[in-house]
Design a protein around this ligand. Sequence first.
Ligand SMILES: [Zn+2]
Length: 261
Amino acid sequence: MSLVVSSLIFAAYTPLCMKPNKVRKVIIDAGHGGKDPGCFGKKLQEKDVCFNVAMEVGALIKMHLPDVQVVYTRTQKNQFVELRERARLANREHGDLFMSIHCNASTSKEASGTETYIMGMNEFNSNEDDVALRENASILNEVDYLEKYDGFDPESPMSHIILANYQNTFQHNSLRFASHIENEFVESARRKSRGVKQSSFVVLWKTAMPSVLVEVGFLTNPEEETFLGDSTGKTNIALGIFHAFEKYKNTVEVRNPNNQK
Ligand SMILES: [Zn+2]
């Protein structure tokens, strides 16, 4: 990519005025919904698991961190929301942090663990490609997606490579939050972590704030499907994300002692 193009892209994704480091509004995005069910286990559908976890994370934040406003991208269990509308809502609301919650799937029943993604170039190994391809395929449910997403085609590997080049100015804090999530999943939720990864996700592409996409486990793995379908398991995952959010907020805000409530 030429320097000119890189500069233009950087300029397009730099906020007009850099906000001080406060975390006062979080956007919680439950993946899929409505006519887009996401992936499946034997009993569970991804859209339902995402919704339940998202609602519980939001409730924990509201209960324990009353200075933080929670905004959901979908508020009904069976609601379909376009990917670009999720990012637009986050930007309209001037969120300080965006989290998109999803479940993973694999052709192998053995595949297991959590992973959290930030926007960026992946290492081109097949697993990361599969996750982004599968999650981005949500836009195939939308009419005129090629026009709406500037020619982005979720079925074209080249589109994913181009998308991944849209590095944004929020990568550092996205990585910070993603690392807290995976640490909490291991330490407090006792899950196996597959780590923090980078890939190109449409839903993260246009959010003008630090943003992550969390895969909370594999619905295709019988043990993980049972865990995610159980209310204790779901709460452990939600608590892990909540504690990660609390740590992220504290770390970001302590770096700016001039912050005022
Ligand atoms: Zn998903």
